[in-house]
Design a protein around this ligand. Structure first.
Ligand code: SF4
Length: 376
């Protein structure tokens, strides 16, 4: 299964925690859309397989007009074979989603909306410098449902300073009341060079509290389990039939093509990434050249990647797969290193093959993963 990712690098304003590639100036929007179409054409023969998932992320893809999106989809369909039942997702911010816009998205074949809600409290949204209000978030979700978009996911952030357990619970209750089939929920993290990092460094706000985030995560796990959502990846929960096919493909090591500035691509042997600069991206594509760097993956890089993505999912990692794909050396290394986690009850061995992280230990998964990495 192959996936196509398109990075739309524009946002209305800068959220204080964000380190993604985007620009708040829309001056180059038209030129960027043209460059994306050029890259799509340039790379049309890179995959001979059908495209089963398309994901427009960013940035804020919903900043594009329906006409701009129409041009992009026309280009995709003229140059790629897209499966009839392909999952086509678009990330949207609530303040962009009017009913007529959502209808336009549906007409283009977009059948999954990822709405960046983050919190149903205006105080949190203000703290994070989000461009929308809680009212707009709820309205956007209801409008999408009214228009007939069934496959909706929202993002919620926990660990926000001042987010009490009662408020976090209220966020989860609001999510549930809205009858949404998928949730992505992340702890607020401090990335270098973000406004949040600066606010903490200059003591405008206090450092984030890991204990608070852990307490929110525990509430999240039991709430989602109690309401029959499948916890299928560290930060992702879905009702049966609504798992993200695109992201699941990433986690299962499938190939994907990334189009747009800063977008990454993967083809089993190498990983490549486009320049994270809109003007450089536009100008290089004008010359018919893709501005990218390539890294060929060694055996240990592929092994580490398998451990990293696999252990964060409910499917875990397979000892048989490790032996088959990486050989005895890696298999013995892993078997030796997982013992202490099996004894401590952090990992579980299922059917003598699959190694999975116990649900209640999921918060520690990143530490376990780095401990199991192969270091050259
Ligand atoms: S809308 Fe998304 S991509 Fe844009 S600044 Fe906020 S978090 Fe980052």
């Amino acid at each position: 299964m192959s996936g196509l990712y398109l990075h739309i690098p524009f946002c209305k304003q800068k959220c204080n925690y964000c380190d993604f590639h985007f620009s708040v100036s829309l001056r180059n929007k038209e030129a960027l859309v043209n460059a994306i179409e050029k890259e799509l054409v340039l790379r049309k023969n890179e995959f001979n397989e059908q495209i089963h998932t398309i994901y427009l992320g960013g940035g804020t893809p919903s900043i594009l007009t329906i006409d701009e999106l129409k041009g992009i989809f026309k280009c995709i369909h003229s140059n790629y074979s897209v499966a009839k039942n392909a999952e086509i997702s678009l990330e949207a911010n609530p303040d962009d989603l009017s009913k007529s816009y959502i209808k336009g998205l549906k007409k283009l074949g977009i059948n999954r909306l990822s709405i960046g809600v983050q919190s149903f409290f205006d105080s949190d949204l203000h703290f994070m410098n989000r461009a929308h209000t809680s009212y707009e978030a709820i309205k956007a979700i209801k409008d999408a449902q009214d228009v007939g978009v069934e496959n909706i996911t929202i993002d919620l952030i926990y660990g926000i300073p001042g987010l009490s357990q009662a408020k976090w619970q209220k966020n989860l209750d609001t999510f549930l009341a809205l009858d949404i089939p998928h949730l992505s929920s992340y702890a607020l993290t401090v990335e270098p060079k973000t406004v949040l990092a600066h606010q903490i460094k200059s003591k405008k706000i206090e450092a984030l509290d890991d204990e608070l985030a852990k307490a929110h995560f525990d509430v999240l796990l039991s709430f989602m389990k109690g309401n029959e959502y499948l916890h299928y990846e560290l930060s992702n929960f879905a009702k049966e039939g609504f798992l993200s096919k695109h992201n699941t493909s990433y986690w299962q090591g499938k190939s994907y093509l990334g189009i747009g500035p800063s977008a990454h691509s993967y083809n089993q042997k190498s990983r490549s990434w486009n320049v994270a600069n809109n003007v450089a991206y536009i100008n290089t594509l004008k010359e018919g050249i893709r501005p990218n760097k390539v890294e060929y993956l060694t055996m240990s890089m592929r092994y580490n990647e398998y451990i990293m993505t696999g252990l964060r999912t409910m499917w875990g990692i397979s000892l048989d797969t490790i032996k088959k794909n990486f050989g005895q050396k890696y298999s013995s290394y892993l078997v030796k290193n997982i013992q202490k986690y099996l004894q401590k009850g952090a990992l579980e061995l299922v059917n003598k093959n699959r190694v999975v992280v116990k649900t209640e230990k999921f918060f520690l998964v990143d530490g376990i993963i780095s401990d199991l990495f192969w270091v050259e």
